[in-house]
Design a protein around this ligand. Structure first.
Ligand SMILES: Nc1ncnc2c1ncn2[C@@H]1O[C@H](COP(=O)(O)OP(=O)(O)O)[C@@H](O)[C@H]1O
Ligand SMILES: [Mg+2]
Length: 244
């Protein structure tokens, strides 16, 4: 994949829920491979709606959503599930880990039904836990881990099937400041390794430390779209991480 290939293309996207104003109105956006995009905006501005459309968890009322060459807006339920398994890794505010599975089994889960053998899946999952610095917790249950550690497990799970796109919705929203910084550093490293990342947040410091591009939503419309140097804002620690 070249660095300029589009990974996400939203074209004229509208989404309106019953009884409300349009949650998204005429949104067009192209995200290219290797970009780290922060979607910023106040509560209710349409950030999660946009992410859910990209993830194939919801469909637009008008417009098209194309991700890694797949017309996501025209997929049925089974197709959308297959698409998510192959093309996107998702990270959420509250981790969405399964508490009665071990850390390792949580990470292995997305590999089921992909045709990857169990042994190979477990080896790959263990490798991810190692890279993310949580290998010692492989056999623990998520409930025993700190918030920052749980989010690392969620990131490992999201990366399990080597998706071309990593999506995160308020990944630091439930974390204390130290754990939040761990997750910011992790997202910076993933971007430095070439991972395409889209992070939805109202946390300006997350955007400032991780993003190469900041898209601001207001009332369901793109209000601004700016290229930035990650970590350029004063006082961001570890800003050199992406300059390698
Ligand atoms: N499933 C839904 N049903 C009805 N209204 C929704 C639904 N999801 C979002 N909305 C509405 O759409 C608008 C945008 O919501 P959302 O995308 O969640 O905003 P954000 O993530 O920026 O806080 C809000 O007015 C919200 O109430
Ligand atoms: Mg939201």
């Amino acid at each position: 994949m070249t660095m300029t290939e589009p990974v996400i293309e939203l074209d004229g996207v509208h989404r309106r829920f019953v009884d409300g104003p349009a949650a998204l109105c005429d949104v067009s956006l192209t995200v290219r491979a290797g970009e780290a995009v922060a979607i910023l905006g106040p509560s209710g501005s349409g950030k999660s709606t946009m992410l859910n459309l990209i993830a194939g968890l919801d469909r637009p009322d008008a417009g098209t959503v194309t991700v890694a060459g797949v017309r996501v807006d025209s997929l049925g339920e089974a197709g959308a599930a297959r698409y998510r398994r192959a093309k996107v890794g998702m990270v959420f505010q509250f981790f969405n880990l399964l508490d009665d599975l071990t850390v390792l089994d949580n990470v292995v889960l997305p590999a089921e039904m992909t045709g990857v053998g169990r042994g190979e899946a477990r080896r790959h999952a263990s490798g991810l836990l190692d890279v993310l610095g949580i290998a010692r917790h492989a056999r623990a249950y998520p409930g025993r881990l700190s918030g920052g550690e749980r989010q690392r497990v969620a990131v490992a799970r999201a990366l399990m099937n080597r998706p071309p796109l990593l999506l995160a919705d308020e990944p630091t929203g439930a974390l204390d400041s130290a754990s939040g910084e761990e997750v910011r550093a992790l997202l910076r490293e993933l971007h430095a390794d070439g991972q395409t990342v889209v992070v939805v947040t109202h946390d300006e410091s997350l955007a400032a430390s991780c993003a190469t591009r900041v898209v601001r939503l207001a009332d369901g419309r793109i209000a601004s779209d700016t290229r930035v140097v990650p970590g350029a804002a004063a006082g961001v620690e570890g800003a050199g991480a992406v300059a390698r």
